[in-house]
Design a protein around this ligand. Sequence first.
Ligand SMILES: CCCCCCCCCCCCC[C@@H](O)CC(=O)SCCNC(=O)CCNC(=O)[C@H](O)C(C)(C)COP(=O)(O)OP(=O)(O)OC[C@H]1O[C@@H](n2cnc3c(N)ncnc32)[C@H](O)[C@@H]1OP(=O)(O)O
Length: 245
Amino acid sequence: MASSEEDGGGNGAVEEKENGKKKKLGALATTWLIFYNVAMTAGWLVLGIAMVRFYIQKGTHRGLFRSVQKTLKFFQTFALLEVIHCAVGIVRTSVLVTGVQVSSRIFMVWFIAHSIKQIQNEESVILFLVVWTVTEITRYSFYTFNLLNHLPYFIKWARYNFFIVLYPAGVAGELLTIYAALPYVKKTGMFSLRLPNKYNVSFDYYYFLIIVMMSYVPLFPQLYFHMLRQRRRVLHGEVIVEKDD
Ligand SMILES: CCCCCCCCCCCCC[C@@H](O)CC(=O)SCCNC(=O)CCNC(=O)[C@H](O)C(C)(C)COP(=O)(O)OP(=O)(O)OC[C@H]1O[C@@H](n2cnc3c(N)ncnc32)[C@H](O)[C@@H]1OP(=O)(O)O
């Protein structure tokens, strides 16, 4: 009896301690996510305002990428943390889906738009920049208000409706930009490794870009259908059985 009482008391204490730990971790994670989402909303808002101001002042999109690139690079690269959020389990999203989304954006920013200056004034660059900006202001403000338990319906509605048009538009902007980059990549042989070399390997960035473009065909529909499922779950309350990664 004594021992069972002892056990019971001990387990209760452990349970309490565990619950306390969970609560503490929950509060810590929530505080971090609020900070992260506020910072990201602000960053993309600054970017959006800078783009509008640039266009009003100059009356052209030429030079726009150059003028906003620092802010874009910083906030888009910072989004790598989202993959970590999923991996450590503080947000309920697939690491794979988030990884594809974030890595394709990082790739566009650093290995296309930053590296190939000749394409920075293409209309397609402005297309994906505008689309990403509208998407991210909506998405991060949705997460912020949701965490604060004060989510205005129009933000929820925007989060789960805008993407229907913005996703294909963003993909079109990205693909057209990569396509515009192809001649420069071919001409300069950038990021490519030709044989013979001391590593005895060859890599052709031109063909790599063609493979990246082709990979949108199987990958984009998965992201799009993922978002359509989220839309049904959140806006129409459907219970979705998610498959494991
Ligand atoms: C090396 C070269 C690689 C090349 C790869 C080439 C292939 C590329 C193919 C793909 C092309 C993508 C192109 C893309 O860049 C184009 C665009 O983005 S265009 C603009 C339109 N885009 C969008 O609308 C983006 C939509 N995408 C997303 O929202 C997310 O990135 C995605 C991961 C796809 C989905 O989001 P998620 O699953 O997280 O959905 P939810 O928002 O409903 O969230 C689910 C739950 O998680 C909670 N959550 C998530 N993040 C946070 C956070 N930061 N803070 C707090 N909470 C968060 C959320 O609240 C939900 O919780 P609950 O279930 O409790 O409601």
